[in-house]
Design a protein around this ligand. Sequence first.
Ligand code: ADE
Length: 948
Amino acid sequence: MEQTNRGRLADATWDAITEMDEQNRPIHTFQVCHVMEPNQNNWLRSGWIQRQAAQRVYVELRFTLRDCNSIPWVSGTCKETFNLFYLQTEEPLSAVAFQSRIMKVDTIAADESFTQTDLGDRVLRLNTEVREVGPVTRRGFYLAFQDVGACIALVSVKVFYKRCPSTVRNLAVFPDTVPHTDSSSLVEVRGACVENAEERDTPKLYCGADGDWLVPLGRCVCSIGHAEMDGDCRACKPGSFKAYSGNTECSKCPSHSSSHDQAATICHCDKGFYRAIKDSSTVACTRPPSAPRNLVSLINDTALFLQWTPPIDTGGREDITYNVLCQRCDGRDGDSGVTQCEPCEPDLRFIPRPLSLTATSVAILDFATHVNYTFHVEAANGVSGLGVSPRSLANVTVNTNQAGPALVGVVRKDWASQNSIALSWPEAEKLPSEIVDYEVKYFEKEQEQLSYSSTRTKNPSVVVTGLRPSTVYVFHVRVRTAAGYTAYSPNYEFATAAEGNEHEGRRLCLCSHWLCSRKEKALIFCVEIKKLVLCQGYIKARMKSEEKRRTRFRAGHGLYFMFFTYVDPDTYEDPTQAVEEFAKEIDPSYICIERVIGAGEFGEVCSGRLHIPGRMDIAVAIKTLKGGYVEQQRRDFLREASIMGQFDNPNIIRLEGVVTRSRPVMIVVEYMENGALDSFLRARDGQFTVLQLVGMMRGIAVGMTYLSDMGYIHRDLAARNILVDENLVCKVSDFGMSRVLEDDTEAAYTATGGKIPIRWTAPEAIAYGKFSSVSDVWSYGIVMWEVMSYGERPYWEMSNQDVILSIDEGYRLPAPMGCPVTLHQLMLHCWQKESNQRPRFNTVLSFLDKLIINPKVTIDTCRHPPDDMPDYPLFISIGDWLDSIKMSQYKNNFLAAGYTTLDSISTMSLDDIRRIGICLIGHQRRILSSIQSLRLQLHHIQQSGFQV
Ligand code: ADE
């Protein structure tokens, strides 16, 4: 609103004068200049000004005022100020009533009366002064100007009030709002959602005294069928849809579906395609599968097997199941000659069942012999039966004449070693169809077939490996033909060689223990090339190194562990055995405990020295098991040693040994002078170069690469579980907790009952316990963040629940102060929601190696995130940011001044920081330097295609 009142001002002693300005435009002024006469009292009054919505009124005066020095002979009578008055009334008044109730606003003086030109001339200058009038509460008011002897020309009077202009924020419309009279209180205004939008959280803005909108809260989101564009909710175009309200885009119709109208909330399936009842309305439409392929039958004397391969066309679904339908077709209709079929006998048994099979085979028992059975195998999926499509069937007819025994000839032992037995038998003859292979089934005689193993061979001979020395085994053999299995041969009992009696039988074998299969192959090869002596040397060397790696054979089950894999001590029936196998027993007299350095769940942690005779003594950390433990606690305590003892890597804490045969029970590990990484970094805040920090992260990556290669999942990778030695070498520790996280104060119970360190753990591990080496990669990203922020707590003081929610919404930790963009991008890569999109540890390692070899090039130029990386909004609010730079006390200053987003603070200057009330220079500097680094990061991130 602007009110200027000219012409209606009406006292005789002020003259209404029209002058021309420099551009020759008329300016209407009111002038007074009775500077020679004393006791002047000249009034100029406005007309009645209606208040409208105003509560606080502002008056802007433009005027010239001559200084008395520029007028000769006026000292004593000449004045350089005039007075501004106002009067509030409900109605216009007469002049008489006016005089008595008038209120003074201010005495107005000129800032500038004259200025001096280069030539020394004095030029009259226009002054602008603004005064606040009010609070005004009546329907209208007058303004009045009192001259007391000055020389004034009043050029303009602007009367206005401030208001927050109507605006749209977060899809809510906020009306024109007049601020409160009280400048320190804000007017809370509720917004109304724009058309086709709905409230998520009540949208609100606060109107400040200066007419600015502050502190946006809540929001509206576009309703179904509509998506946001330019502050509006626009209907989705045909061919797209939006099924849920929210600030998401309209999505293209999924495969085999379409929408023909605007604002579609669903895309309907194309002809022949369907959605199952359980399918969400947003998924692609699918169709029934094609028929199963390659259906074959195999038969032996007691069982009939059907096998098939999945259909070529799954119909776009993964929920394929199979139904097996059976008909008995053993007669012909006498008249027509057409084969007569009837449903099969109800007592035919299908293993596991006839319907809803998920595997591609079924066994059928209790069939009749000399009968033709026809089996129809139907492929079905979630949309089978929804349309009129034909059933997807494959058929096979089986004649059960073939069923019946057909024996393998006598099985002989060719030779035996401690762990292997070689068998052979005459090639089977007179079988109804071609031989596919032989199956040899065997078990320890003493075990009485409680568990058995089997192996297959194409030839009528086999070397059965992995057996125990001096043990009698029972073997029997059967043949598999295209038509099914024959019956088993009778049982044959053969024993392995006794321990110490390396070979027995015809052929020389070096086999021993778990290396059998590999060694045998190597040996046979050796014999063939007639270099036995040389090869024996090679095999023994291999055995020695591999024995070190403890590749193990699980007795009796015919399964091999991979070479170099970690063995879970929980797979031992007796965990003490695992400790014996993987940890050296130390004589307690070799240990000298010096001092207590900490406390663990099981007892104190001490430092000391280990002196093993004949070896240099070394500094060690000693974990003790406090007295009064129960057996389970002793096992849990020693579990860590049996894990750690399997590792041998410069970045994994080294186990020196254990004391289990005397009290206290102890675990002795190498001593790490700088203790845990998190507290070490906190104590040395800001003291390392980026290269040193990257060096620490590299060490951890080396350790983790090793662990993941070994198949070990850490589950509690965090800076507190990394130890640092005197040379800043970081080593991964804390292995006992991979099963129970009792010892970790960060671990919280999840909905599924597990105890998990939420802030360090990948979402899939929190949600459904899916721990893997790539969930360790997520934790590694958090450790990187801890390192780069010198031990800051991830997600600061947010609650665990909020951390889970915000991660789910796609927020991620922002780059710590001074962290190169490349490193933050690597962190973001580790925090990809989809675990298979995260890098593997070896990739992380080679990236860090590149960074170390050529830090400048990589830090400065490697700004582009990997192609497959999604955009992450930076996880930051003003509060989080201030927390991160330890300036939390200023949260309200920022919020009250309307700084609510990362973007808005990134443009703040030192003046802005002062203006919002941050007075301490040190704090101003800290905040400004953080803003500058933020600005840089935002710039980099925007350049590299990331959104904030
Ligand atoms: N605290 C726990 N283990 C330690 C170790 N190996 N060295 C130093 N401090 C430790």
